[in-house]
Design a protein around this ligand. Structure first.
Ligand SMILES: [Cu+2]
Length: 161
């Protein structure tokens, strides 16, 4: 009886290893439960972003209904002035999930009517080169060997002798 409980524990640990393997970058739900909308106060999205760190490979999740809002990545000048002179990318169908591909500053606004002027704008800084492709592959490999070791351990410990 006790032995089977320990076995379960090891299986659980091995599965934990598998699940860690599935997790890539972090998902950031912009504005948390408020989603992507006109906030009560104009600094809401900056307050949301301030304590967070963003890395290459992370995803920004903008929760909104198509037609109600949109997501436009713009230059800093457009972000500051709520204009759309140099748009980088435009997304109209909510929810919008954007993978952060490049380090540096990124600026997003809602392009509808006065939404940006009322605070529906977000600027973030993506950390410099945290996740180069090759070290990502390395950590995947080491995770794979962790799984192998876990499975071997289970066999060695619980093989009937
Ligand atoms: Cu909007």
């Amino acid at each position: 009886m006790a032995k089977s409980h320990v076995l379960l524990l090891f299986l659980y640990a091995a599965m934990g290893g598998l699940m860690i393997g599935e997790v890539g970058g972090m998902n950031h739900i912009v504005g948390k439960s408020l989603g992507w909308t006109i906030p009560q106060n104009a600094s809401f999205y900056q307050d949301w972003a301030a304590p967070r760190t963003f890395a290459v490979g992370d995803k920004l999740v903008f929760l909104y209904s198509s037609g109600m809002h949109n997501v436009i990545e713009v230059s800093k000048a457009d972000y500051d002035a709520c204009t759309q002179k140099n748009t980088i990318s435009v997304h109209f169908s909510g929810p919008t999930v954007l993978k952060l591909a490049k380090p540096g500053d990124h600026y997003f606004i809602c392009g509808l009517r006065q939404h940006c002027l009322r605070g529906q704008k977000l600027s973030i800084k993506v950390a410099q080169g945290q996740v180069p492709v090759e070290s990502g592959a390395d950590s995947a490999k080491s995770l794979f060997s962790f799984r192998l070791v876990s499975v071997l351990l289970i066999f060695v410990l619980f093989m009937p002798i």
